[in-house]
Design a protein around this ligand. Structure first.
Ligand code: AMP
Ligand code: GLY
Length: 423
């Protein structure tokens, strides 16, 4: 089988690394990919939202399966585009159609879905520009901190958590009336603040059956001790030590099961990954958000723990026979440490040569923002490399990951030295 992966980050390199281990794979293509995927697959120079170019590549390279990494093409309707095209509709896409992608593309849609299916989440109300006064009154009735969320996709920046009522009102006005996050904040969800520790649950579904993948926890802030600006993720661990059997059972019964049942009940077709962002409040899991893809860098610790042939698993999703798959999980712990460009998540420079990659021994260097120029690997993004290692527990795995991170160098390189500090 020929497979095309869309995306260019550590998530896509990890999926590629796993798929090339499948005996059923003939050729693997990644668009646009990075230096890591170039070493194990064929990179195609096209954007993930360039549907006509993707169509042409699928036909020309005789692609049998497409795996979508990021949310954008899904929210933009890539899967629907395939289904509506006579020459593409037989090519399965791993990643849901536009309607289901709205679970990530609209916070209001996600909250209404959860309310309808009694899935535990923060209490909320949503407001549009004409309802600013109602929004103010709603805020006045709440206790701080105030959580304001732009309804649409805002590149991970659309959530504000504020201590002061006046500031919350100002921000609400900026979002609704001054388009602080553009069209994404035309509707704003105001919700109850939940206090607890976060973790992520990943589910793969064919619409009928589902498999729960290993839990993971990522570290989003740039600074040690979870301080400073939000990033795409600076590291991750799997499994999550505080997610014991009893807690995981609650996630399955109160959240995963009703989510899959809700999709079916609402006639929302879904073939692909569901990433459920959770928070542990007391002893109970609550949903913070849905994403319609895998997480990054969570993929770099979740997928290496899956022992199955991933191509077989994807084929089972495509053919709606995921119930036939017996998921086998490595019981070791996997951790990843992200090395980033100096200045990230603010402005940073690209094009710095990376050295030491060949001395990484007992870890896997997954490429995120890298590119190849004259056989030299250069930095090409904020997040550059995710170094994944295994161990008996997260401490042993982290020690190995950090030992290997120390072998890598590029000008301005930064990484957090405290991944797992709170476990
Ligand atoms: P989201 O984009 O919905 O994942 O929100 C981004 C981050 O904001 C989450 O990872 C949480 O850390 C935080 N957050 C979102 N909603 C809440 C809430 N209701 N209570 C507390 N923290 C929240
Ligand atoms: N690491 C968080 C995300 O992928 O959204």
């Amino acid at each position: 089988m020929n497979v095309l992966i869309l995306g260019s980050g550590g998530r896509e390199h990890t999926l590629a690394w796993k798929l090339v281990q499948s005996p059923g794979l003939t050729q693997l293509f990644v668009a646009p990919g990075n230096a890591g995927t170039a070493a194990i697959a064929n990179n195609l120079p096209m954007g993930v939202n360039d549907f006509p170019a993707i169509r042409e590549a699928v036909l020309e390279k005789e692609i049998h399966l497409v795996v979508v990494g990021p949310e954008d093409p899904l929210v933009n309707g890539l899967h629907d585009f395939f289904l509506s095209d006579a020459s593409l509709k037989h090519v399965p896409v791993i990643g849901p159609q536009k309607l289901a992608a709205t679970l990530e593309g609209s916070k209001e849609f996600a909250k209404e879905f959860m309310a309808r299916h009694q899935i535990p989440t923060a209490a909320y109300q949503s407001f549009t520009a004409g309802q600013l006064q109602e929004g103010y009154r709603f805020l006045e009735k709440m206790t701080p901190p105030y959580v304001l969320k732009a309804d649409g996709l805002a590149a991970g920046k659309g959530v504000l958590i504020l201590q002061d009522l006046g500031e919350a009102k100002n921000e609400l006005r900026a979002m609704l009336q001054d388009a602080k996050f553009g069209a994404a904040s035309r509707t704003v969800v105001i919700e109850e603040f939940l206090s607890g520790i976060e973790l992520s649950c990943f589910v793969l579904t064919d619409g009928e059956n589902y498999k729960v993948l290993p839990m993971a926890k990522d570290y989003k802030r740039i600074g040690e001790g979870d301080t400073g600006l939000n990033t795409g993720g600076m590291g991750a661990v799997s499994p999550v030590p505080f997610a014991d059997r009893e807690f995981v059972d609650k996630i399955h019964s109160r959240i995963v099961k009703p989510t899959i049942a809700g999709l079916k009940k609402d006639n929302i077709p879904y073939k692909g990954f569901i990433f459920i962002g959770l928070i542990k409040v007391g002893a109970d899991p609550m949903v913070i958000e849905y994403n319609v893809r895998m997480g990054d860098p969570e993929t770099e610790v979740v997928i290496p723990r899956v022992k199955n042939d991933l191509l077989e698993v994807f084929r089972a999703v495509a053919e709606e026979r995921l119930d036939e798959i017996d998921l086998q999980i490595d019981d070791r712990s996997a951790t990843t440490v992200m090395t980033v460009s100096g200045g990230y998540p603010g402005a940073y420079e690209k094009g710095k040569p990376i050295s030491g990659l060949s001395s990484v021994a007992d870890a896997i260097p997954f490429h995120a923002g890298t590119t190849l120029k004259d056989d030299v690997v250069l930095t090409n993004g904020g997040r550059v490399l995710a170094i994944t290692a295994f161990g008996r527990d997260h401490k042993e795995a982290l020690a190995t990951a950090y030992r290997n991170v120390a072998k890598i160098h590029f000008s301005g390189m930064y990484y957090r030295k405290d991944i797992g500090f709170d476990l």
